[in-house]
Design a protein around this ligand. Structure first.
Ligand SMILES: [Zn+2]
Length: 158
């Protein structure tokens, strides 16, 4: 499967770890939206679109947020849900979120992440680049090399 298009929607809020949303097209026929570009402690990574896991009340069956202790409708105390920690839990930032769509092989996960992050970096550098220091160094080096070379020309010594 090939990624045929990546669209980046930057979220420039310096205090938050969410850097951008990505919309990715696969094989020109399938689109996944709301893939997140997140700045982690070890660098940028992507998070697949996810939904919050909700816990139904045992009495009235109302679906409560995972962190609620009491049912939002009838006030019944909710049982604490002890879930086993799986590899997908570690991949998710918060364990109460569950991926809606995600790669199931490590190879494709890396390919997807690299493609999205490359597109993000390209978009980031494409808007607002300043190379004032680079050009100044380049000019001074080229002039000193050409004058030094003519003085060492072996033909002038004969
Ligand atoms: Zn209830």
């Amino acid at each position: 499967m090939e990624i045929t298009e990546v669209r980046i929607f930057p979220k420039e809020s310096p205090d938050k770890k969410l850097r951008a949303y990505a919309t990715v097209t696969f094989d020109n026929v399938f689109v996944v939206r709301n893939i997140k570009v997140i700045e982690g402690s070890t660098g940028l990574f992507i998070a697949m679109p996810s939904r919050k896991i909700k816990h139904p009340c045992p009495k009235c069956n109302f679906k409560n947020e995972s962190k609620s202790k009491y049912c939002n409708t009838c006030g019944t105390q909710l049982p604490l849900v002890q879930r086993p920690v799986t590899p997908s839990d570690i991949n998710n930032l918060q364990s109460e979120h569950k991926d809606i769509a995600h790669p199931i092989t490590q190879t494709f996960r890396e390919y997807l992440q690299k493609t999205v992050l490359d597109a993000y970096e390209k978009q980031k550098t494409g808007t607002g680049t300043s190379t004032s220091t680079g050009t100044g160094i380049g000019t001074s080096t080229s002039t000193s090399t050409s004058s030094g070379f003519s003085g060492l020309d072996p033909d002038t010594k004969f």
